[in-house]
Design a protein around this ligand. Structure first.
Ligand SMILES: *Cc1c(COP(=O)(O)O)cnc(C)c1O
Length: 432
């Protein structure tokens, strides 16, 4: 199996000590299942590695766009991580969950005046400023509230993380951040330093996602530290915080590469410390913003099969009661997943089929080319592993399909943390 937390016990798939078929009986399908112990273990791996590293007071900030609901913010807060938020919706969810908002970092390339005021009113600790207009708007609005807002400035180091273009964001021509290469980032730093209501603490970058190559963060940190030295030499301002964003990869299928994150953090931070020495700057406090690597392997999605279509001489389809509405990642990025029949052993007698959803869209494919027991049929269950990140948070109501419930499991116990949407939830905003 992909993870040791996933195993067949008496012909029933078990995840982190819970019987998935028993959960399906109790809560219905489709169902998101998340394991609290895995989330906490992933948080601790970052926390401990950053605590032991040579960059003082370093910490991890959970990128909550990966999976955002009340209970997640509570777990993250208990584990001592900060939270990236990108919208009033995420701010409101974190705030309502009792998240310590001074540890929230407001990200995004277009924060409206309304968003800025909302974030200030809810005590968001840091703004990660993305552009010149935001610096002006934030300075004005912070002034109205009589505060001096802590900020980081998002810059682009010009690193191509050798990953999928759609999720590559650290390049010079990105819609995010201000380019170092063109001199505009230096100009923005000067402007930020001149604003009376902004307190510039350091610089941020995010090179991309699904990074398995440890050199990506090393190259990014070299460019960023060079920039920090340049700002120090030209403006006399020395950054206290270096935020390298998120992006560590996660294993979705057998045979895919893996990365030892704590070992990578050790290597990276030693590299940072030695570069700082060469550049004559103090070692900054480091922030890392993991999203996927905190929650992805903590999640499994469980579906019930409705039909098996065998198109003789062509191909086979297994249709389930969810689809691109609860997991759009194959439709968006062609993402690979590990798919398992949850209530029957997959022995030697198998069929290969595309696992498809129930939406009116031919691209509604969860995963092509899956191997199932040859007698799979209506009423059987299928589990898709590693769906904790960018599934619930990217879910939609296309075809007026309600979003599934989320159940949190811990040591064999289960609790509902997000209710299944009802039909009345779907029409609650319709004026009729
Ligand atoms: C998406 C994003 C992250 C998290 O990326 P993962 O690949 O989920 O770790 C962190 N920081 C920023 C700014 C992001 O946009």
């Amino acid at each position: 199996m992909l993870y040791e937390t996933v195993k067949m016990i008496n012909h029933s798939l078990n995840f982190a000590g819970s019987d998935l078929n028993a959960l399906a009986e109790k809560y219905g399908c489709p169902l998101y299942i998340m394991d609290e112990n895995t989330i906490r273990r992933n948080c601790r791996a970052y926390r401990e590695a950053l605590k032991a590293c040579p960059c003082p007071d370093s910490s991890a900030v959970y990128a909550s766009k990966a999976c955002s609901f009340g209970e997640i913010y509570k777990i993250i807060a208990e584990e001592g991580l900060g939270a990236d938020v990108v919208s009033p919706g995420e701010i409101y969810t974190a705030y309502k969950a009792g998240f310590p908002m001074e540890n929230a970092y407001f990200q995004g390339n277009n924060k409206t005046d309304g968003d800025i005021a909302f974030a200030i009113e809810h005590g968001v600790g840091y703004f990660v400023c993305d552009n010149f207009e935001e610096l002006d708007a934030l300075d004005k609005i912070a002034g109205k509230y009589g505060i001096r807002q802590k900020i980081l400035l998002r810059v682009t180091p010009g690193i191509d993380p050798h990953t999928y273009d759609k999720v590559a964001t650290g390049k010079v021509d990105s819609k995010f951040g201000i380019a170092i290469e063109t001199g505009q980032a230096l100009e923005a730093a000067k402007i930020a330093l001149s604003k009376p209501n902004l307190e510039l603490l350091g610089f941020h970058c995010h090179v991309g996602s699904m990074v398995f190559d440890s050199d990506v963060f090393k190259s990014a940190s070299a460019v960023m530290l060079g920039f920090i030295a340049e700002v120090k030499n030209t403006c006399g301002f020395e950054a206290k915080i270096l935020d390298l964003g998120g992006g560590y990869g996660v294993k979705y299928y057998e045979g895919q590469g893996d990365i030892d994150i704590p070992a990578n953090i050790r290597e990276l931070t030693e590299h940072i410390a030695s570069l700082c020495k060469d550049l004559g700057i103090s070692v900054p406090s480091l922030r890392l913003e993991p999203g996927r690597s905190i929650v992805a392997d903590a999640g499994v999605t469980l579906y019930e099969v409705g039909s098996v279509k065998k198109i003789t001489g062509y191909k086979n389809y297994v249709s389930v009661d969810g689809g691109m509405t609860d997991n759009p990642r194959y439709a968006l990025y062609g993402s690979k997943y590990t798919v398992l029949c949850a209530n029957k052993e997959t022995g030697s007698d198998t069929i290969t089929a595309d696992l498809v959803g129930r939406c009116c869209e031919s691209g509604d494919i969860i995963q092509p080319g899956c191997v199932f027991p040859s007698d799979i049929g209506r009423g059987d269950r299928v589990a898709v592993l590693t769906t904790g990140a960018y599934n619930y948070s990217m879910a939609s109501n296309y075809n007026r399909i309600p979003r599934p419930a989320t159940v949190m499991i811990k040591d064999g116990a289960d609790r509902l943390v997000v209710k299944r949407e009802s039909l009345d939830d779907l029409i609650q905003n319709d004026v009729m």
